[in-house]
Design a protein around this ligand. Structure first.
Ligand SMILES: Cc1ncc(COP(=O)(O)O)c(C=O)c1O
Length: 376
């Protein structure tokens, strides 16, 4: 059997263990300490966000964003339908009502025209506007974020950016995650950089991050007996895990360069197959190409390709099943055109880890070509 090629395995930079060692030496084996402070400082310096809070996961970061923006109990929250469940599960944690918006073909991300249509229709008919929009930059590629931010601003909708997959992606030179009121990143095991599990909440609003920080450590008031005026969570990142994050930040740019190069190899290597199209990159933006994702020709089933690659011990994955099509959200309010349904039906993610070498990618390309052509 060939050695397994994973979709997006962790890729350490080299200094992670030294930072973990530091935590052991200082005995800060706790959800606070020098690694946590340093990791937050690195994220601020890299993204340009003024404030950052290291947490146990990206999902926790979205949950805290909703909490500190005061969104709860029946409030309506709009969200990209084409996303991962972690983007939207916190809407349910806060007993809110989701409204899903479809993708456009230009970005595969949230369609700003649909958003504008819905919000302007509500404005014209006196219908209540949603409290917030959670927009995802899927697979590391930017949504049309400047326009989406302008629409939200115009209609008074608070914007939360789910940049879980897109750390380092930029739109007109500005980092994804820094356009809205709050943004989040994930360091889950398969992300462009990982801490094994973890997340970061960012904002330019000091009081929002201060409140989230308070909630992330059980909302303890500063009294020796632990006074509580509200409830919080145990969401703070461990100083051990943050040591991994410190080391990973040192190689983030390298990881982005490699993922973009892998994307180029795939797009050139598979260009001759008629009917294939890759996830686009909007003009003025530069994605991190976390995963190389593509739509297959109509005659080829993504599941057939996935299973054939699996036989060769190569991991690939269907595109995310849109939220409006999930049984969990059956009957949810939505504005859907069918774009994300088609992406789900015809799309696939190919192995994209930054540790893949050119020969591995060439092998995958020739296998994909062989499977597709022998299927025809
Ligand atoms: C788009 C998206 N949103 C949210 C999350 C949640 O992040 P986490 O797994 O760190 O909770 C993830 C990834 O896992 C994701 O891909």
């Amino acid at each position: 059997m060939n050695k397994r090629i994973f979709l997006s395995p962790p890729h350490m930079g080299g200094n992670e263990l030294a930072y973990i060692q530091e935590a052991f030496e200082s005995n800060y084996i706790a959800p606070l300490g020098h690694n946590v402070d340093s990791f937050e400082a690195q994220i601020k310096a890299y993204t340009g966000a003024k404030y950052a809070l290291a947490l146990t996961s990206g999902t926790a970061a979205i949950h805290l964003a909703l909490r500190v923006l005061g969104i709860k109990d029946g409030d309506e929250v709009m969200a990209s339908s084409f996303t991962f469940i972690g983007s939207v599960a916190p809407i349910l944690y806060e007993r809110c009502t989701p409204f899903f918006i479809d993708s456009d073909k230009e970005s595969w991300n949230l369609d700003p025209n649909l958003l504008e249509e819905e919000l302007s229709h509500r404005a014209a008919t006196g219908k209540k506007q949603p409290k917030a929009l959670i927009v995802t930059h899927l697979y590391g590629q930017c949504a049309d974020i400047k326009r989406i931010a302008a629409i939200c601003e115009h209609y008074g909708v608070q914007l939360i950016e789910d940049a879980a997959e897109s750390l380092g992606a930029t739109s007109e030179g500005k980092q994804s995650g820094t356009f809205g009121k709050m943004g989040i990143y994930s360091f889950n095991g398969n992300k462009i950089i990982t801490t094994s599990g973890g997340g970061m909440l960012v904002s330019d609003d000091e009081s929002l991050i201060a409140h989230a920080r308070h909630l992330s450590t059980q909302a303890r008031e500063p009294a020796p007996h632990y006074e509580h005026t509200e409830y919080g969570y145990n969401y703070r990142m461990s100083n051990i895990v943050a040591g991994i994050g410190r080391g990973q930040m040192e190689v983030l740019d390298e990881r982005i360069r490699r993922r973009r190069a892998i994307f180029e190899l795939y797009s050139q290597g598979l260009a001759e197959i008629e009917g294939i199209s890759f996830m686009p990159e909007l003009k003025g933006s530069s994605g991190n190409r976390w995963l190389t994702t593509l739509m297959l020709p109509e005659a080829i089933s993504p599941e057939h390709l996935r299973l054939a690659l699996e036989k060769e011990n190569i991991e690939s994955r269907p595109l995310w099943k849109p939220m409006h099509a999930q049984p969990l959200f059956h009957g949810a309010n939505q504005k859907i055109t069918g774009v994300s349904d088609e992406l789900f039906a015809r799309g696939i993610c190919l192995p994209s880890g930054s540790s893949l070498n050119d020969e591995d990618v060439a092998t995958i390309i020739s296998m994909v070509k062989h499977i597709i052509t022998s299927d025809n």
